[in-house]
Ligand binder design. Structure first.
Ligand code: ASP
Ligand code: MG
Length: 406
């Protein structure tokens, strides 16, 4: 007996039939004697549809109105699930972010949760109510509806699990766990029974779509055990948890790719103190995340500076960077959207040498040119031409013998 948070993604609630299936799973957990909180996404494709609508209404929609609109998909699914559960004879109640309340900052489209009131939910849970909470949304201190960024209902679920001190957080999705790489690209990909928070975080940041990175950060911070499971089978599953000794034996746990990359190059920047700050501060002010940065060797007092941002932010970033580049006296700005980031991730890298060399040699053998490199303690990423994405993933998966993982 305990308190369990279930989260269901868009494909698991895509229509009423699927919502009935979710209701059965929720009931099973409830009947086992648990208190249950359910977090839902919008129906598959619904958030995309709403975003497209907003963009038809205005080229650059007001962020406050935009978030109010795109959060509505979740209102549909939580209320439908509550109705189905009620019909089946269970006490169930839906809650929007503003009703819980899920307090966030004011960064529309990518708000961060700052605090969750657990009073209302605790009260309902005590009465035996199944609480169904709309994922992806919150409320700022002025009462505006905010959203947490694409895939944000994972973060809603983990944040609720942390706030309610839940015993487990089960993330139900259309795949049966976390794989060594995307099985759609590489059929040899293996499901991992267990993965550490740090590895999962790096994989999510490097483009693995299963969990939103923020949700993993939060799970790690509050030590929430997260199970990634399939809605459609009882088999499989991956536990995301604290690192243990066994995990370090494996050098690499996964290969990920991220096509959502655009590379900016600011050409002939004067090589003086303070220039990088003047280029990157205005981007930070607009909440644009800069990923990789490289600065070339200086020639006659000038240097080239390259960095990557999300492709979705190219338009805004270009305006900001072109203005800043003019102000610091650089020659021009180039933008390349045909790039992709390939990463290998593993806690074992800390204690094994030669991992980077092996990655570079593998890409070289396939004739793939590396445009940028960045590393962390447990991750190595290379930016390559987008057309090599699949080839690079398959070659690295084979080179690090990931088909032998279990
Ligand atoms: N419905 C939102 C999205 O499509 C949130 C989520 O699915 O996690 O991004
Ligand atoms: Mg998702």
């Amino acid at each position: 007996m305990g308190l369990i948070v279930h989260k269901y993604g868009g494909t698991s609630v895509a229509d009423l039939e699927k919502i009935e299936n979710v209701a059965r799973k929720v009931i099973r957990t409830k009947e086992a004697g648990n208190e249950v909180v359910v977090v839902l996404s919008a129906m598959a494709g619904e958030t995309d549809r709403l975003i497209a609508l907003a963009q038809k209404a205005a080229e650059d929609p007001d962020p406050r109105e935009f978030d109010s609109l795109i959060s509505t998909g979740e209102q549909v699914t939580v209320t439908l699930l509550a109705m189905v559960l009620n019909r089946l004879g269970y006490r169930a109640k839906s809650f929007l972010g503003t009703q819980v309340k899920v307090h966030t900052d004011q960064a529309f489209k990518k708000a961060r949760i700052v605090r969750i009131d657990e009073k209302v939910l605790k009260h309902e849970l005590k009465k035996g109510t199944i609480c169904i909470v709309a994922g992806f949304q919150g409320v700022d201190e002025e009462g505006n509806i905010t959203t947490l960024g694409r895939g944000g209902s994972d973060t809603s679920a983990v944040a609720l699990a942390a706030a309610l001190r839940a015993d487990a957080c089960d993330i139900y999705t259309d795949v049966d766990g976390v794989y060594t790489t995307d099985p759609n690209i590489c059929p040899q990909a293996k499901r991992l029974a267990k993965i550490s928070y740090d590895e999962m975080l790096e994989m999510a940041r490097a483009g693995a779509k299963v969990l939103q990175p923020r949700s993993v950060e939060m799970a790690k911070k509050y030590n929430v055990p997260v199970y990634v499971k399939s809605t459609f089978t009882d088999e499989g599953g991956t536990l995301v948890t604290k690192e243990d000794k066994d995990m370090e034996k494996e050098v690499v746990s996964g290969v990920t790719y991220d096509r959502d990359q655009a590379k900016f190059t600011v050409v002939r920047v004067p090589d003086r103190p303070g220039i990088a700050a003047r280029l990157f501060t205005p981007l930070a002010d607009k909440n644009i995340v800069v990923d990789m940065i490289i600065q070339n060797a200086s020639v006659e007092g000038f240097t080239d500076l390259s960095f990557t941002v999300s492709r979705k932010e190219v338009k805004t970033a270009r305006e900001i960077v072109e203005k800043a580049a003019r102000e610091v006296g650089s020659e021009r700005v180039e933008v390349d959207e045909n790039v992709s980031k390939i990463s290998i991730v593993g806690v074992g890298m800390i204690s094994h040498s030669g991992v980077a060399a092996k990655m570079f040699a593998t890409l070289a053998r396939e004739g793939i040119n590396i445009e940028m490199i960045s590393t962390s303690e447990i991750k190595i990423s290379c930016v390559v031409h987008a057309k090599y994405t699949e080839l690079a993933v398959m070659a690295l998966h084979e080179a690090f013998q990931l088909e032998q993982r279990s």
